[in-house]
Ligand binder design. Sequence first.
Ligand SMILES: [Mg+2]
Length: 349
Amino acid sequence: MLEDKNQSKTSLAELGEFGLINHITKYFKVEHKSTVKAVGDDAAVLDASELQTLVTTDLLIEGVHFDLSYMPLKHLGYKAVMVNLSDVYAMNGKAEQITVSIAVSNRFPLEAIEELYAGIQLACDTYKVDLVGGDTTSSTKGMLISVTAIGKADKEDIVYRSGAKETDLIVVSGDLGAAYLGLQVLEREKQVFKVDPNNQPDLDNYTYLIERQLKPEARKDISGLLKELEVKPTSMIDISDGLSSELFHICTQSKVGCKIYEDKLPLDPQVISTCEEFELDSTMVALSGGEDYELLFTVPISDFDKVKANPNFSIIGHITAENQGLQLITRANQEIELKAQGWNGLKNN
Ligand SMILES: [Mg+2]
C-alpha cells in the first residue's frame, strides 16, 4: 500500500493542453454509427436519426464528491462515467457517447491523469460508449471532473418519473445500502491509518461493500431484461441519493403516494453484518444510503407474474393515492411516514 517514490512524474505543463488531449485520447476507439465525428474538430457530430436524444451531466469535485486518499484515480474515472450512464439507463435509453472535462491542479502529474483516463476508457470499452469530446484545464486547488452522457431511445420506450399509477408495483434491481456502508468502512480505515500508518487494514469482510462504493456498475442490462419479459415500466429513476429520496421524486412527479415494506428491502448479507458491527439500522441504510446506482421503477400490477420470480428484481411495495403519502410498513406491521432524507441527510446526522 506504500506509495512508490520512484514512479516517474511528468508535469502537465511539459505537454500543453493539445498534447495532453492527444495523449489521453489516442487509445479511445469509436464504436457507434451515431458518432459521425468524435474528438478532433470544434464540435463532435452525432446522428440520432429518428430517435430522441437523452442528455445528462454530472460534476464531481474533490473533497465534496470524492476523496483521493482511498479512491484510486482509475476507479474515479470509471465511477464518473457510471453515474452518468446510470441516468441514461434510468430513462430506458441506450448510452452511446460521453464527453469528459477535467480541471486539475499542478499537484497532479501526467501519470495521474493517465490513471484517471484508464478508468474512463475501461468504462467506455465495457459499456460500449464513445468518448467524443471534453476539455482539460487547470484549477488552483484539487480536481474537478464533469462527464456528460448522450443516449438515444425510441419515443415510445422512454420512461419518465411521472408515469406511476395507483396500484402499480414498486420494484428495485439488485440490492441496497452497500455503497454507503463501503464508504463508512473506508472512512474508518482512513482514520485508523492517520493514527497508525503501519496498520494494514483487513478488509476481507467488506469486499462487496467496498466494490460497490469504489467501482459501481450502471444497470445497462435492465432495459433488455424488461423487454424480454415484455414489461414496460410506468416510471423509473436510478438510485443515486437513496431509495427514500428517489421514491419522493417518483411520487411527487406522478402525483401519487406509496407503501413499501421493510421486510421486502433487498439487503446483501455483508450489509446486514456490517450494520450490526457499526450499530446502524439496516433499513435506514437501505432507505437513505445512496450511490447504489440500481434502478427503481413501477410496473402495472398485471405484470406481477412476470417480475416476481426474477432474481434481478425485488417487489418492495405498491403505489397508492396521493393523499395516502409515502409509508413504510415495518416488520412489526407499523406504518411510518417516509422522509426524503437522501445520502446527504444521512451524512449530516
Ligand atoms: Mg438520476
